[in-house]
Design a protein around this ligand. Structure first.
Ligand SMILES: [Zn+2]
Length: 181
């Protein structure tokens, strides 16, 4: 199991390196472990046995001490569909002007302290990445919650944490037209 790197570690603030392609088998295995970590972290029985593990829907490689541009996402959406990503060298190539934010605020496996405030994200994004599940380069669109999670994880690859986006002087600042999710 991973030890999650917390936000007091300078390594979490670095820009991560591009992953060399073709993707090495050991990095594929790491991405599988990252995905499994997320699944486990959402399993109540697992959490009872591992009280130090917190639930998460996304994890980026720097959070496990690997400063490479890789991330995994796992959650079950409102319709009961699994949303799974295992991405290498992801890049947001298009983003909407329309903003959104998580009504309950964002959280992070690496952040134990409370950070109140709105984190505005782009409502729709187009991501280009090597999709480890498909084994090929892909371009896909995401919106709403999925787009928020992707932006949060891609931020990690650039050393950015969710609370960096909160307006310190006006944490509940309203942006007209932004969608609460
Ligand atoms: Zn995070």
């Amino acid at each position: 199991m991973f030890t999650i790197v917390k936000d007091n570690k300078p390594s979490l603030r670095e820009r991560c390196k591009e992953v060399e392609m073709p993707l090495k088998e050991e990095l594929k295995a790491t991405l599988d472990e990252m995905l499994q970590y997320l699944k486990d972290s959402q399993d109540e029985e697992f959490l009872k046995k591992h009280p130090n593990v917190r639930s998460g829907v996304g994890i980026a490689a720097p959070q496990i001490g690997l400063n490479l541009r890789m991330l995994a996402i796992y959650y079950v959406d409102e319709e009961g569909n699994e949303v799974i990503h295992q991405l290498v060298n992801p890049k947001i190539i298009v983003s909407s002007l329309k903003k959104c934010y998580l009504y309950s605020g964002e959280g992070c496996l690496s952040v134990d302290s409370e950070h109140h405030g709105r984190v505005y994200r782009d409502f729709r994004i187009t991501v280009k990445a090597f999709d480890c599940r498909k084994g090929e380069e892909t371009t896909f669109k995401a919106k709403g919650y999925e787009a928020i999670v992707l932006q949060h994880e891609i931020d990690h690859l650039n050393g950015i944490l969710f609370y960096d986006h909160i307006d310190k002087n006006n944490p509940d600042k309203e942006i007209p037209g932004a969608i609460a999710i």
